[in-house]
Design a protein around this ligand. Sequence first.
Ligand code: HEC
Length: 116
Amino acid sequence: MNGSSLRKAAGAALIVLAAAIVYFSWWAAPGNAAAGEAVYKDHCLLCHALNGQPQFTAEKVSRTSIDSLTERDVQAKSNADLKKIIVEGDGHMPPVKGLSHREVVNVIAFIRSLKK
Ligand code: HEC
């Protein structure tokens, strides 16, 4: 390799590295609770009230008791566990479809904001 192609290769590697860093910081950026509240209102309110308490009718329809999302054992779950519940469903909760990664991260931040 001569000097110029070496520089080109190094330049290309730098661009790939920069793109990876940008992508990773987007992926790993902390959730925004205010944006998450909007997601929650659109996708969760049918079954979970805005304050995290269960919706009475949802409990009746699914014949189960739904934990308040403010509760300690819900708040103790990792973000990965919460994401799994939201995206894949959990017991009587159906999966919530059509959310982007960002929307899930934000709605989790909103759930965290309900912690007592
Ligand atoms: C169609 C009704 C429904 C919708 C919509 C819904 N959920 Fe649920 N959710 C449930 C039910 C029912 C449970 C209890 C599941 C069980 O214990 O079997 C539950 C449980 C949960 C839990 C776990 C609580 C625990 O005890 O561990 C979390 C967290 C949760 N929901 C978050 C969400 C979020 C966030 C959304 C919106 C993105 C959402 N849910 C939308 C019905 C729903």
